[in-house]
Design a protein around this ligand. Sequence first.
Ligand SMILES: [Zn+2]
Length: 149
Amino acid sequence: MLGIELAGSDHSIEWSERRVLRTSHHIMLDTEETLRSEGTAYDDSVKRVERGYDLIRQVSTVEEVFTMLGDHGESQGPTSICRHAGPTSEAVTTMSYAIEIDYNTKSGRPRIVFHVAKGNPCQSKYVAIPIIFPADDEIMNRATQFYPY
Ligand SMILES: [Zn+2]
């Protein structure tokens, strides 16, 4: 598992042996106090993390990752994985992404596809952007053209 946390311009990376990538907030970086000062932001975030952990155990395909990222649980709102505004928060999901790495290729080099959806994933489609590493300027320019800003 690879966990990436982002908070402003700060980041933290967590490794484990599971082949899963997670992103969330307030686990490794010191953002809990900031979120606690923003109404229900911390409690909402904890509910989303717990729901994500429950769902990720059942995921085995890329399509199931997309379904998980569009999950509304009991109802869509500030505590659903696919976050929508609600009475306690105006924050919404602005971008969803999954990185697919296929090691079963004839060349022996992994095939890497960056899937990204702008806005709430329940209302948008994922764009598949192939990435080849090491990524030179041409590869990055092509990827940038497909990225849904
Ligand atoms: Zn949604």
